[in-house]
Design a protein around this ligand. Structure first.
Ligand code: F6R
Ligand code: MG
Ligand code: MG
Length: 367
């Protein structure tokens, strides 16, 4: 059966700052999808990661289906009304346009979708991250799909040894989708050359070279490019199919133990480690560290099983302790050097304004 597997997520307001949405907001979004999705949606699952609400769905409308996108947009509008009525902080924050216009891409919410021919058994992972940017997934996805140090399947499974196609987007280009397609293993170094720059080049999708099937879809929206100013970090989502001709679930999870440094955390303007957390984790210390959650499912005829929480295991408790130390270590140097983002990536205008004033006060000393 051909189905569309998609997730659309938005920050529409949260309790106590940027911590988590209220139960009433979650209920409003769920109720909206339940009552309006009957005809169009096969199944759905609502969750939150930090302050972001995600609607995971299956349907048969294909990628970018206008009705599905409108339904998700309207569900977020319904949630925003509740957020406003409760005085939540940043109510409607990610709904950057006044009226829906065909597709939520470019309007604020993050989207990751793929149309797939459902396998008889179809395991997949739904990742959601808060307080970071889409390029945060570059490293774990690259290691999971291209590096035998993390993914022994590339050596052990003949179908995986044929490699994967990476579609990478230049997210600084705002006139349209500027993409490049590169293949592993032969383009390995070209791929890493791009992926080192998480703020500009983002893995958008990954495809099996064995059977041409899509393995992964990642949200690529950069809110500041839509709004023209900082309105909260992008907080990306991605979907990835696992097992058989794709990497095993554990091969895809294991790179998250690195807790690699990503852009985001406080005021979207710092570097900090990304911490793999249990589902529905709140945000705390220094509006971060950035969190990533992973709900594992199987889907059959478009119907989801219940989720298995992939980061709910004693191994990840230990890992989170190590990553907390990484968070403290970089934090100890406050504003200095790599602790904060470079000038062009700062998400608030204060420093840029100050530099404008200070620049005029500089003098060039005579000999
Ligand atoms: C939330 C985020 C936060 C805020 C910070 C200040 O996604 O990035 O770190 O930037 O809490 O928020 P404002 O400027 O809304 O007071
Ligand atoms: Mg968020
Ligand atoms: Mg937010």
């Amino acid at each position: 059966m051909k189905i569309t597997l998609g997730v659309i997520k938005a920050d529409i307001g949260s309790i106590g700052g940027h911590i988590k949405p209220s139960a009433a907001v979650m209920k409003a979004v769920r109720d909206y999808i339940e009552s309006h999705g009957k005809k169009k949606i096969i199944d759905f699952f609502i969750s939150h990661t930090g302050d972001d609400v995600a609607i995971l769905m299956t349907h048969t409308g294909g990628v970018g289906d206008a009705e599905i996108h409108k339904m998700a947009w309207d569900a977020f509008v319904a949630g925003t009304d509740v957020a406003k009525s409760q005085g939540l902080y940043g109510a409607g924050q990610d709904l950057l346009k006044d009226a829906f216009s065909g597709n939520v891409k470019g309007m604020g919410p993050a989207v990751a979708e793929m149309e797939i021919e459902e396998r008889p058994n179809e395991p997949f992972l739904f990742f959601a991250a808060d307080k970071t940017e889409p390029g945060a997934y570059n490293l774990p996805l690259f290691l999971g799909f291209a590096d035998p140090m993390y993914c022994p399947g590339l050596m052990l499974s003949p179908s995986m040894a044929e490699g994967f196609k990476f579609v990478i987007m230049d997210v600084d280009y705002t006139e349209g989708d500027r993409i490049i397609e590169l293949n592993t293993p032969e383009d390995y170094y070209d791929i890493t050359t791009l992926l080192r720059d998480n703020s500009r080049f983002v893995i958008e999708s990954i495809w099996s070279r064995h059977n041409g099937d899509q393995a992964a879809a990642v949200s690529t929206s950069r809110l500041r490019n839509i709004a023209g100013k900082y309105t909260g970090k992008d907080d990306p989502v991605h979907l990835v199919r696992t097992q058989s001709a794709f990497p095993a679930t554990g091969e895809l999870l294991s790179p998250y133990a690195i807790g690699h440094y990503v852009a985001g955390t406080m005021r979207g303007s710092h570097n900090g480690p990304m911490m793999p957390c249990k589902q529905n984790t709140n945000i705390s210390f220094f509006d971060g560290p950035a969190v990533v959650t992973c709900a594992a499912f199987c889907v059959h005829n478009g119907k989801f099983t219940e989720p298995a929480d992939a980061f709910d295991h004693p191994f990840w408790d230990w890992s989170r302790d190590q990553i907390s130390q990484k968070a403290l270590e970089i934090r100890r140097q406050g504003f200095s050097g790599p602790a904060m983002l470079p000038y062009d990536d700062l998400e608030y205008g204060g420093i840029v304004e100050k530099m404008g004033k200070l620049d005029k006060l500089f003098t060039v000393r005579g000999d």
